[in-house]
Design a binder for this molecule. Structure first.
Ligand SMILES: [Zn+2]
Length: 358
């Protein structure tokens, strides 16, 4: 009953209600890890080695992390239910064969649930490095959630030449629904969870997905929770220089930044606004404002400007480059010895309005 009441009253008094549900402290959400390859032979920038992956999973098990599925996290956020301290979600993008070979056995051994985001075209074309439907079915039967990564790994926000807003919307939602249907047909699963290809999204795409009942994850860093948008849940990429456990431990312990409002959360920048000002209002009850530090990707550390006791502003000194960028901000918790972590994704075309090729 208390839980129901708290859910009803969540938007007003969730911090009061949190205590009965949790082992300790307020609702913190979870850290979502994003992997691509678990292999010695794939590109370093998107890979961890099988030894590193085993070390990371052992660390989670040995340090009493609570590993849950992405859909369990989404349900908890939607219901404003609190989660245990140190909750982790494990995700893989693209469905590479090495995940079945190297990661799945380790995850099975530890009993960790996970989500695999797959695009349909590479599976249908039978690319050797991708899992087949038969393999995905086996993993699904053994506890993996198979989820949506678009039909052909498209840059979803990009319009075709001359395409109207409405035509774009129709094309994109048809793409997502066709992907969802193909996954359901092959595996019996349909969770309505999308990983944006390239981590690219904009506000219009978020609205479109939400109106069709989807949640979505990006590639901007940070801990996810009640202060996140359900169509832009952050994930920490684990690969290359970010695969080292000493580096990863801090992220695994990070907390959902208590963002109460932002002047904008739409990543897509319009021509001429290449140094976007981001104003963020925080619940500063567990944060010393002067300890908040931000980073502009490619431009280094940037001290935020405090506009009031709880609102800060950050702006790049130089134009953000064409393509994707981020602003990241972190602040130590007063009470927990851990870091609040937040990231705003940005994406912009070239000056002539064309998108960078990749
Ligand atoms: Zn991908």
């Amino acid at each position: 009953m208390l839980r129901v009441l708290c859910a009803l009253m969540a938007s007003l008094v969730f911090s009061v209600c949190a205590a009965p549900d949790t082992q300790s402290g307020p609702i913190n959400g979870a850290v979502i890890l994003q992997y691509h390859h678990v292999s010695e032979t794939t590109p370093k920038s998107t890979s961890v080695t099988p030894a590193q992956f085993r070390e990371q999973m052992a660390y989670l098990a040995d340090n009493q992390f609570n590993v849950i599925s992405l859909r369990a996290l989404a349900e908890a956020i939607q219901a404003r239910q609190s989660l245990p301290e140190k909750t982790i979600v494990i995700t893989f993008d693209d469905g590479y064969q090495n995940i079945a070979d190297a990661a799945h056995p380790i995850l099975k051994e530890y009993g960790f649930p996970y989500t695999l985001f797959v695009a349909i075209e590479p599976i249908q074309k039978g690319y050797r490095e991708m899992m087949s439907w038969d393999q995905l079915k086996v993993l699904a039967a053994e506890g993996a959630d198979i989820a949506n990564h678009s039909w052909a790994h498209e840059h979803l926000i990009r319009k075709l030449p001359g395409e109207s807003d409405n035509a774009w919307e129709t094309r994109v939602i048809n793409n997502i629904q066709a992907t969802e249907n193909a996954i359901e047909e092959a595996t019996g699963q349909s969770w309505k969870m999308l990983a944006y290809p390239y981590g690219e999204y904009n506000a219009r795409l978020q609205t479109l997905l939400a109106s069709h009942g989807y949640i979505a994850v990006g590639q901007q860093s940070g801990a996810a929770g009640i202060y996140s948008e359900l169509t832009a849940l952050p994930r920490f990429p684990v690969a290359g220089p970010y695969a080292d456990l000493s580096n990863l431990k801090v992220k695994m312990h990070s907390l959902n930044m208590p963002v109460l409002s932002q002047n904008t959360s739409d990543p897509e920048l319009k021509v001429g606004n290449w140094r976007p000002e981001l104003r963020v209002t925080l619940d500063t009850s567990d944060i010393h404002p002067h300890q908040l530090m931000c980073f502009v990707q490619g431009q280094g550390a940037k001290k935020p400007t405090w506009l009031s006791a709880d609102e800060f502003s950050i702006q790049a000194d130089l134009d953000l480059p064409a393509g994707r960028s981020r602003y990241n901000c972190t602040a130590p918790s007063k009470s927990k010895g851990r870091y609040y972590w937040f990231s705003q994704a940005w994406v912009r075309p070239k000056n002539n309005g064309e998108w960078v090729k990749e």
